[in-house]
Design a protein. Sequence first.
Lengths: 149, 149, 149, 149
Amino acid sequence: MTVIIRAVAEKDKEPWQRLYDGYHRYYERPDLPQSFFDQAFDRLIAKKPGDFIGLVAEDDGKLLGLTHYTYHAHLWRPEGVCYLQDLFTAEDARGKGVGRALIQAVYHAADAAGVPSVYWLTQEFNYAGRMLYDQVATRTPFIRYNRPL
Amino acid sequence: MTVIIRAVAEKDKEPWQRLYDGYHRYYERPDLPQSFFDQAFDRLIAKKPGDFIGLVAEDDGKLLGLTHYTYHAHLWRPEGVCYLQDLFTAEDARGKGVGRALIQAVYHAADAAGVPSVYWLTQEFNYAGRMLYDQVATRTPFIRYNRPL
Amino acid sequence: MTVIIRAVAEKDKEPWQRLYDGYHRYYERPDLPQSFFDQAFDRLIAKKPGDFIGLVAEDDGKLLGLTHYTYHAHLWRPEGVCYLQDLFTAEDARGKGVGRALIQAVYHAADAAGVPSVYWLTQEFNYAGRMLYDQVATRTPFIRYNRPL
Amino acid sequence: MTVIIRAVAEKDKEPWQRLYDGYHRYYERPDLPQSFFDQAFDRLIAKKPGDFIGLVAEDDGKLLGLTHYTYHAHLWRPEGVCYLQDLFTAEDARGKGVGRALIQAVYHAADAAGVPSVYWLTQEFNYAGRMLYDQVATRTPFIRYNRPL
């Protein structure tokens, strides 16, 4: 398998949506409206500064995984930080290094952008993900609090 | 005590720095250079879009606490999210509602900005902070991973 | 304040029950029947091998706190381990070292029994307790699973 | 595969030791002396009241897994509790329900003993184990503190 990591492109809409829907189903958000996917995809394609960048993992013309990241300000680091928000590998493509390749690609993109600090959040019980994350990143003692809405 | 929460202003540099230094000492980052504080303060005063906003808690002319927050993109929420990065209350002003008032002020500012989703990260063992956070926010199961640098 | 830590005695029934009830209310188990307290107290007084031992903290004739511990087998340690199950300080006696003195007393009793390994479990969000525990013990990464009943 | 769960027997010493050594290596305790295994095995065979009971999972004459449990006093439950201390499946027998069958066997034994409350502790980052535990047990918010020795 030779996985290629590349920027998401207009032609990827359908397989990208299938993957992103799988991602949201994993987080128990099924039945998102089509407008949700349209809007997110348009933003990835628009490449507006400060907005999200999408990468996909492709093998033999098939999309196996995706990641979405952005940059934002950080008061202690003038160059800001890179926030990897979404990461997903198709179920039948797991265990082949797709997730790892996507994370590495974000690391490289962040270096190229001069913003080497990359972080992400994951649920404490995302065991499969954390098996990978423990190999390529450092678990911190930071936990997230949300305003109740 | 009548605490006023207001935007940080040029005249606050010295007491603001004392508070922000206390914050970094709490996180075991003592001896930060003066340039660190100069740069952070300049950014708070500059109010550049996408950069940090600073609020201070004042009582009878004395600064008792601070908070710094910013907005960043979120792929699932078109309006983005509000990230409350720093929160600190002077040690001799604890237990008087200063931290709570600062968080509430960020909530209100976020509402006014049309970005009601506010979140922050804290160390799992920040017991004193979490006693407050559990009252004004929701603990999530999300934990943070950092790229090793 | 000169707190004395001593074995629970027959005469302690009433103030002991008040403390133990406070402990169970903290864990959201109010309205336990009188038979529950009778049974537990009888066991502490009976001092049957393998059963629980009770200590109380007394100041000027008043009970301020309690702890209950037992010993049980451990397959890796021939001498077994000491399990500190209950620890409670009256609300108006907090912050005076009562909990610490009770834990230290269990440590000494365990040493005297030739079973130096002492452990206990606490809820992750027991912030007040953990402020103390972090000073006198080591947090482990072990979490508890229960059979659903 | 028809896995049989049965009490550990004298003839099992060699394969049992291989499994128990694998278990300790998982927890980064390699190179335990032979006396450690001799002593533990003797206790399992002796079946002394209050001491550990050992079960093994056998398939076609081969030992695939083990578990060791004991009973100890609990002040709130007159009948006591069942502590499942060790659980291990041979690496080449994973994913076949061996661990689950061993846990179920402990549940049944505990029921037969009139001590239905079964619990165990596991490291927060024991992802593979927790994938199973989340299916057969309830994660609690309890974490373990150890006396520093």
